[in-house]
Ligand binder design. Structure first.
Ligand code: C2E
Ligand code: CA
Ligand code: CA
Length: 569
């Protein structure tokens, strides 16, 4: 061991120890303990020069630890700095009475921690001279830092980051920098499912970790909510490594919900560009991959600019569009080829934009999924569908079930069942007339939660359809656990195999398995006779596809139904 003084860090949260160890590793030999008892065991073995101790810990907390030290002559004079989660007078007084030398309030500000540690250890030692100089204008620095800091995580706030990042890049023109934008997928869900403290704990942990990671080569900022931005030399750390390590830091909190970070990278080619625009570009690269199971980061390229402009247009116009009924419902029939008639239909939304014309959902749904608007649009669509069913029932005395799409953001909403029950009650419809189409991404994120929800919906009479089955990741695995009523298989799932023997085998085994599990199958995307022959040959009889009908304006579809033209000629 070298002759640096020894610092013992006692905290049950690993990431806190890691962060503090980073602050002090140049000046001290660091030892770590998870609780007071472990700390005492270590101190039996070897002398330490200073202890940083958390107050709240399992086994032996900070108070008990302090009182053991107070009772033991051997430890008289040993400086102990106490870390409290919040500045609260009572615990400080109590710890002070038990001999604590000073306090640090978490989240730890590096400058303050260093100054406190330096003060309690005395100013004479050589190794502190350097720090002494650095902190010569300590109060001034603390004040400036306070103004520049995000109070929750200690990272830079947005304004300070814009200023500092620009300075950094201009001062080091020979270094190539990148801006990395990080965002947690569906963070709102974490706040809804758990509580604000848990959400804050995740943000603090991520914030500390990222600050340590950029170190003094870059800058870390918390833009807002769960959005962090880094500015660092391009060669500092690979994106895969960064995400992996970040996952590790957050995983150490043992939260029973997967926290998934996505990253977008803008490689700065012009350091004179405004930093907010750099951040926009990195964010754009991030939003291209967000929600994607296979790819967790994206790198900005020029083609994303147009995309961003379109996205801005969509976000700007959506609210007014909903109010002024620019969203209309198209309906695509679903045929049973054996019965030779329409057995149900799927409602698909369209946007009739006054200037841009008809916009396809493929363009606006992903934007709404990112900004949360999909929750309201989906609910609007469901209600319109209910109104149409009532109309059809009143004119013809009969009605067919209609599938509606349920975005995974809606699935996470705790009041979803209440909303749907309210809807069917309001329009006096039986719940089994609404087929709820969900996608398997919801499953891969949080299997148990989805299984519970699906059970709940089915108990209340709704039918659950697994949409786009086969496009995702864990489909086959999922089948045995997830009790859905119907699988919708996208023909694209086997299409690229060109209906070879292999495609047949895959389809056949899915159909057989669904059959064994008591699930129905609908095949989507059947466009021609050859495809129809193929799907029928593997035992599928219910079909949704252009071969029979494209999605039709709702009025047209219902009129057709009313005239009884749902049969296949
Ligand atoms: P989806 O739920 O898988 O819907 C089926 C899509 O396949 C529809 O595209 C439909 O027009 C298309 N399709 C049907 N038959 C064929 C065919 O034979 N060949 C081909 N090439 N395509 C066919 P659409 O209407 O453009 O919708 C795209 C996606 O947008 C939907 O995929 C769904 O994920 C989403 N979407 C549409 N309406 C809503 C909605 O109200 N809420 C939500 N959350 N998502 C919606
Ligand atoms: Ca669908
Ligand atoms: Ca589908």
């Amino acid at each position: 061991m070298d002759d640096k003084p020894v610092m013992l860090i006692v905290d049950d949260v690993e990431i806190n120890r890691v962060v503090l160890a980073q602050f002090f590793q140049d000046d001290f030999t660091i030892l770590e303990a998870e609780n007071g008892q472990q700390a005492l065991d270590i101190m039996e073995e070897q002398p330490v020069s200073i202890v940083l101790v958390d107050l709240v810990m399992p086994v032996m907390d900070g108070y008990e630890f302090l009182s053991v030290l107070q009772r033991n002559d051997q430890y008289q004079g040993l400086p102990v700095v106490v870390m409290t989660a919040q500045s609260d007078g009572d615990s400080e007084v109590r710890a002070m009475e038990l001999g604590a030398a000073d306090f640090i309030t978490k989240p730890c500000n590096p400058t303050i921690v260093r100054c406190r540690v330096r003060n309690v250890m005395g100013r004479t030692e050589n190794e502190w001279r350097r720090i002494e100089q650095l902190a010569s204008d300590r109060q001034m620095m603390e004040m400036t830092r306070f103004i520049e800091q995000d109070q929750l995580t200690g990272a830079y706030n947005r304004e300070a980051f814009y200023k500092k990042a620009s300075q950094l890049m201009l001062e080091h023109r020979d270094t190539l920098y990148e801006i990395v934008y990080l965002d947690i997928d569906c963070f709102k869900v974490v706040n809804d499912l758990f509580n604000l403290e848990t959400g804050n704990l995740i943000l603090k942990t991520a914030g500390y970790f990222l600050q340590v990671l950029v170190g003094n080569r870059g800058l870390c900022c918390r833009m807002e909510a769960d959005h962090f931005v880094l500015c660092m030399p391009r060669d500092h750390v690979k994106p895969e490594t960064l995400l992996e390590a970040l996952d590790g830091a957050v995983a150490s909190l043992n939260i029973s919900h997967s926290i998934v970070f996505y990253a977008g990278i803008y490689e700065v080619d012009n350091p004179l560009l405004a930093v907010d625009q750099m951040c926009d570009r990195a964010r754009m690269a991030m939003s291209k991959v967000k929600g994607n199971y296979m790819q967790r980061y994206g790198v900005y390229d020029e083609s994303m600019r147009e995309l961003m402009l379109e996205e801005q247009m969509i976000a700007r116009d959506m609210e007014f569009a909903l109010q002024s009924k620019q969203f209309s419902i198209f309906v695509q029939p679903i045929y049973d080829t054996l019965l030779g008639k329409v057995v149900s239909a799927e409602a698909l939304v369209r946007w009739q934009h006054p200037l841009k014309g008809l916009i396809s959902p493929a363009r606006f749904i992903p934007v709404f999924e990112r900004n949360g608007f999909i929750v309201r649009l989906d609910r609007y669509v469901w209600e319109e569908v209910c109104k149409m069913m009532v109309q059809l029932r009143e004119t013809t005395g009969m009605v067919i079930p209609v599938s509606v799409n349920v975005s995974r953001l809606n699935l996470y909403n705790l009041d979803l069942l209440d909303f749907l029950m309210g809807l069917v009650k309001k329009y006096q419809l039986s719940p089994e007339l609404l087929h709820l189409e969900i996608t398997e991404t919801a499953y891969t994120r949080n299997p148990q939660q989805l299984v519970d929800e699906v059970n709940m919906f089915r108990q209340n009479g709704f039918k659950i359809f697994m949409d786009d089955f086969g496009n995702g990741y864990s489909s086959l695995n999922m089948l045995k656990d997830l009790p859905v009523d119907t699988l919708k298989i996208d023909l694209g799932f086997v299409q690229n195999v060109e209906f070879s023997g292999r495609a047949g085998i895959i389809m056949k085994s899915v159909v057989d398995m669904a059959d064994k599990l008591g699930m129905e199958v609908v095949v989507e995307g059947v466009e021609n006779q050859a495809q129809l022959n193929f799907v029928r040959s593997v035992g599928c009889r219910v079909i949704q596809g252009y071969y029979y009908s494209k999605p039709l304006p709702a009025d047209e579809f219902w009129q057709m139904q009313a005239k009884g033209r749902g049969t296949i000629q």
